[in-house]
Design a protein around this ligand. Structure first.
Ligand SMILES: [Zn+2]
Length: 91
Protein backbone atom coordinates (compact mmCIF):
# COMPACT_ATOMS: atom_id res chain seq x y z
CA UNK A 1 0.00 0.00 0.00
CA UNK A 2 1.32 3.40 -0.90
CA UNK A 3 1.64 6.17 1.60
CA UNK A 4 -0.43 9.20 0.82
CA UNK A 5 1.44 11.58 3.04
CA UNK A 6 1.46 15.15 1.84
CA UNK A 7 4.81 15.84 0.14
CA UNK A 8 4.49 19.51 1.03
CA UNK A 9 4.92 18.63 4.68
CA UNK A 10 8.52 18.17 5.79
CA UNK A 11 9.66 14.85 7.14
CA UNK A 12 12.75 13.96 9.10
CA UNK A 13 15.87 12.87 7.25
CA UNK A 14 16.58 9.26 8.14
CA UNK A 15 20.26 9.97 8.48
CA UNK A 16 20.49 13.20 10.44
CA UNK A 17 16.92 14.01 11.50
CA UNK A 18 16.78 17.37 9.72
CA UNK A 19 13.48 18.46 8.24
CA UNK A 20 13.44 17.72 4.54
CA UNK A 21 10.98 17.85 1.66
CA UNK A 22 10.94 14.96 -0.77
CA UNK A 23 10.60 15.98 -4.38
CA UNK A 24 10.74 14.23 -7.72
CA UNK A 25 13.43 15.26 -10.16
CA UNK A 26 13.01 15.54 -13.90
CA UNK A 27 14.62 12.09 -14.05
CA UNK A 28 11.88 10.68 -11.87
CA UNK A 29 14.08 10.21 -8.83
CA UNK A 30 13.16 11.18 -5.30
CA UNK A 31 15.50 13.65 -3.71
CA UNK A 32 15.44 15.44 -0.35
CA UNK A 33 15.66 19.19 -0.02
CA UNK A 34 16.11 21.24 3.10
CA UNK A 35 12.64 22.24 4.26
CA UNK A 36 13.74 25.80 4.92
CA UNK A 37 13.92 27.94 1.79
CA UNK A 38 17.12 29.91 1.32
CA UNK A 39 17.67 33.10 -0.69
CA UNK A 40 20.36 31.60 -2.90
CA UNK A 41 19.02 28.06 -3.27
CA UNK A 42 19.66 26.19 -6.49
CA UNK A 43 16.29 24.46 -6.70
CA UNK A 44 12.65 25.40 -6.93
CA UNK A 45 9.69 23.22 -6.11
CA UNK A 46 6.30 22.88 -7.74
CA UNK A 47 3.44 20.94 -6.27
CA UNK A 48 1.24 18.95 -8.60
CA UNK A 49 -2.18 18.28 -7.12
CA UNK A 50 -2.87 15.86 -9.95
CA UNK A 51 0.16 13.68 -9.29
CA UNK A 52 0.14 14.62 -5.63
CA UNK A 53 3.84 15.19 -5.54
CA UNK A 54 6.45 17.87 -5.51
CA UNK A 55 8.67 18.23 -8.48
CA UNK A 56 12.00 19.94 -8.30
CA UNK A 57 13.72 21.88 -11.04
CA UNK A 58 16.94 23.81 -11.23
CA UNK A 59 16.73 27.49 -10.46
CA UNK A 60 17.52 29.64 -13.47
CA UNK A 61 17.95 33.38 -13.76
CA UNK A 62 14.66 34.72 -15.07
CA UNK A 63 12.48 32.61 -12.83
CA UNK A 64 9.97 34.47 -10.74
CA UNK A 65 12.10 36.01 -7.95
CA UNK A 66 9.19 35.57 -5.56
CA UNK A 67 9.56 31.82 -5.73
CA UNK A 68 11.06 30.00 -2.82
CA UNK A 69 14.42 28.47 -3.44
CA UNK A 70 15.79 25.41 -1.76
CA UNK A 71 19.05 23.63 -1.14
CA UNK A 72 19.48 19.95 -1.90
CA UNK A 73 19.78 18.15 1.39
CA UNK A 74 22.59 15.97 0.02
CA UNK A 75 24.87 18.97 0.23
CA UNK A 76 23.97 19.81 3.82
CA UNK A 77 23.24 16.43 5.38
CA UNK A 78 25.53 15.53 8.23
CA UNK A 79 25.36 11.90 7.13
CA UNK A 80 25.61 12.42 3.40
CA UNK A 81 27.68 9.30 2.95
CA UNK A 82 24.74 7.16 3.91
CA UNK A 83 22.67 8.64 1.11
CA UNK A 84 25.15 7.48 -1.46
CA UNK A 85 24.79 3.84 -0.49
CA UNK A 86 21.03 3.34 -0.37
CA UNK A 87 21.33 -0.43 -0.06
CA UNK A 88 23.12 -0.10 3.26
CA UNK A 89 20.01 1.21 4.97
CA UNK A 90 17.35 -0.87 3.24
CA UNK A 91 15.36 -3.08 5.54
ZN1 LIG B 1 20.21 14.34 6.51
Amino acid sequence: MREKSDPRKPSACRSCGAQVLWATTTLGKQTPLDAEPVPDGDWILAFSAKLFRLSVTKWRPGEDPARRRYTNHFSTCASADQHRSPKASSR
